[in-house]
Design a protein around this ligand. Structure first.
Ligand code: EAX
Length: 322
């Protein structure tokens, strides 16, 4: 096509469009720390599809990766990013009440964790975000965390002694690892792979879906299925953004968040079913038989401290939840 013809065609088509009123579209950016093929990516995509469909294109959801979770929560508080989808890792530093759900060996299994978080216990924890300039929208999931390292096979709590272990920026987790005699080193997820490569730390702990989606098998040889703590995920959004939505849009957003939660949990379940075999195939040495009671006994001093410093009555309610 000649340049003059192209210009004439462009003019022909531009005119009616330029005359039409611009469609007002609001963009909501959700930042999450993992690859798009992960359980967080699955949750974010399901939310996006549901909300964009329900609002007929008035809203666009922009999914971005940012593997510094603390930074994202800060951005949501300030309002430069609308929403956070990530773990509770650094969240207790913003909303201290959330620390109860970071306690090791608190949840027996996935059904227990999901049940408590969806119950009024989880709801009232989400309500506490309001006082901190955040909206706790819904619980998501990261998964039960397991220990990996590059030094030795870990079979007993004693094997953890002296290991330099990267933890999240989470006081509850750090307390547990120091009680086991490890040297907990808190850092953002963004710093984890370089720290493992350079030997700044010997090990780390994360759920199977995270280990698989980030190829941590490339930098870690030994995996022990300690399942030492359930790692909740959640969706946190900026309050002003939520207030600007019409009540109908907010209802649609909550429905989309529930669709996101379902997709996120389904992906965790799928990764749990295939992940350990996959990591073995990639060359990891996996210890599956773990004396959980021995780890719990070794953590006695930490548990005593949690009872004192966190909401002891709430910890008992969660433990006794059926
Ligand atoms: O939320 O930092 C972590 O180890 C988290 O488990 C990860 O970023 C997923």
């Amino acid at each position: 096509m000649s340049p003059t013809r192209r210009a004439a065609l462009a003019a022909l088509f531009a005119a009616p469009f330029a005359a039409a009123p611009a469609l007002a579209q609001t963009t909501i950016t959700i930042q999450h720390p993992l690859p798009i093929a992960s359980h967080y990516g699955a949750g974010a995509i399901a939310l996006k599809e549901s909300f964009e469909r329900a609002t007929g294109g008035r809203y666009r959801v922009n999914i971005q990766r940012n593997d510094n979770e603390r930074e994202v929560v800060e951005s949501v508080q300030i309002g430069t990013v609308e929403c956070y989808l990530g773990s509770t890792g650094p969240v207790g530093n913003f909303v201290p009440a959330v620390r109860v759900v970071d306690v090791p060996f608190l949840f027996r299994d996935y059904a227990h964790a999901r049940g408590v978080l969806d119950s009024e216990i989880g709801q009232s924890l989400l309500q506490q975000f309001n006082a901190r300039g955040l909206v706790g929208v819904i619980w998501m999931e990261n998964g039960f965390r397991h220990l990996t390292n590059s030094r030795r096979e870990v079979n007993t709590p004693g094997d953890v002694r002296g290991l330099k272990v990267r933890t999240m920026e989470n006081q509850v987790h750090m307390r547990a690892f120091s009680t086991l005699g490890a040297l907990p080193t808190p850092m953002a997820f963004s710093e984890l792979v370089p720290a493992l490569q350079q030997g700044t730390v010997d090990g780390q702990e994360n759920p199977i879906p995270v280990i698989v989606s980030n190829n941590l098998n490339q930098v870690q040889r030994y995996l022990t299925l300690t399942g030492h703590v359930y790692s909740p995920g959640l969706l946190i959004c900026n309050p002003a953004m939520m207030q600007r939505m019409s009540p109908a849009d907010r209802t649609a957003f909550m429905e989309a968040a529930r669709a996101g939660q379902q997709a996120n949990r389904d992906k965790v379940t799928a990764d749990e079913n295939s992940g350990v075999e996959e990591l073995r195939r990639r060359g990891m040495q996996v210890v599956t038989q773990v004396d959980t009671a021995a780890f719990q006994t070794a953590l006695a001093a930490a548990f005593a401290q949690y009872e004192r410093e966190l909401d002891g009555a709430l910890l008992r309610r969660i433990r006794d939840w059926r």
